[in-house]
Design a protein around this ligand. Structure first.
Ligand SMILES: [Zn+2]
Length: 286
């Protein structure tokens, strides 16, 4: 028995996301957006799919409908898939990867000089203003290093505008991560996107409310990896900083994405220690 779905049924939210993603990929836009909720729109879109496939039209994702979908590439999971993965400790942290050190990211992405304006001139307390490279004559570190990497991978996710703003040297690994997620048929899990490059300290860090003098990125250990353009955030609402990330199978869970991210060299913020858990966050780690 595969995971059947219906309005009012005992649905697994991640499977509703999978179904909604499948219908959207087949241009059945009546389903609306991927929200994991099997409501009237999803029911109506299911009927359209059933009509197209010459199935009995009842708006329920039953075994007959799933069989027709499977022929079209829909993934059918084993019955015990979610019960094997519903622990808050799943997945285990990778043994061969950890959050990057400050020296690693500075050598990989390049040291930059930055200042911080007085608090009333920042749009958030962690904001910094990046200037030039620490060495040489590059006057604008951002212009030299940060690129717009166009991709359709997250085209169905809320807040995605068609490209990732990342460091040029993070692009290849990000492409690999997206390929991993696509090949594992996991892109239905990405329901919203909250950005990549973002010049700032880590969440909550503010060295002072006054204007801060110029520093080099090698001198500041509390900079976010977003400031180097080597991190991005997804499904923020369900995986807020400091909170237990959504468990596998529930709305907005990113846990199934971790293995592919790790394989591409990205560390998951849900594996941060020291009370800084950040389940929306993925960062390039080697
Ligand atoms: Zn982040």
């Amino acid at each position: 028995m595969a995971f059947t779905l219906s309005r009012g049924g005992n649905n697994i939210t991640a499977e509703v996301q999978r179904w909604q993603y499948f219908l959207l990929r087949r241009s059945i836009t009546q389903v609306g957006k991927i929200d994991g909720e099997f409501g009237l729109k999803t029911e109506e879109a299911t009927k359209i799919f059933q009509l197209q496939q010459q199935l009995a039209v009842n708006g329920k994702v039953n075994t007959g409908t799933l069989s027709a979908a499977k022929v079209l590439g829909y993934t059918i999971l084993p019955n015990n898939y979610y019960t094997q993965r519903n622990s808050i400790n799943w997945p285990a942290p990778p043994s061969d990867l950890s959050s990057p050190t400050s020296s690693w990211r500075n050598s990989k992405f390049g040291c930059f000089k930055f200042v911080q304006k007085a608090l009333q001139f920042r749009d958030r307390k962690e904001r910094i203003v990046i200037r030039g490279a620490c060495a040489g004559s590059v006057a604008d570190w951002i212009q030299r290093n940060i690129i717009e990497f166009e991709s359709s991978a997250f085209s169905l996710a809320d807040g995605f505008r068609g490209s990732f703003r990342v460091h040029a040297k993070a692009r290849e690994a990000l492409e690999e991560l997206l390929l991993q997620w696509k090949n594992a048929d996991l892109l239905h899990l990405v329901i919203s996107y909250a950005g990549a490059f973002d010049p700032r300290y880590i969440f909550g860090h503010n060295p002072g409310n006054g204007a801060q003098p110029e520093l080099k990125s090698t001198e500041a250990s509390k900079l976010s990896n977003h400031a180097f353009g080597s991190a991005f955030d997804i499904n923020a609402i369900q995986n807020w900083i400091g909170e237990v990330p959504a468990v596998c199978g529930s709305k907005g869970s990113v846990r199934e994405l971790v293995a592919g991210a790790n394989a591409a060299g990205f560390f998951w913020g849900g594996h941060f220690g020291g009370g800084r858990i950040d389940g929306m966050h993925f960062e390039l780690a080697h």
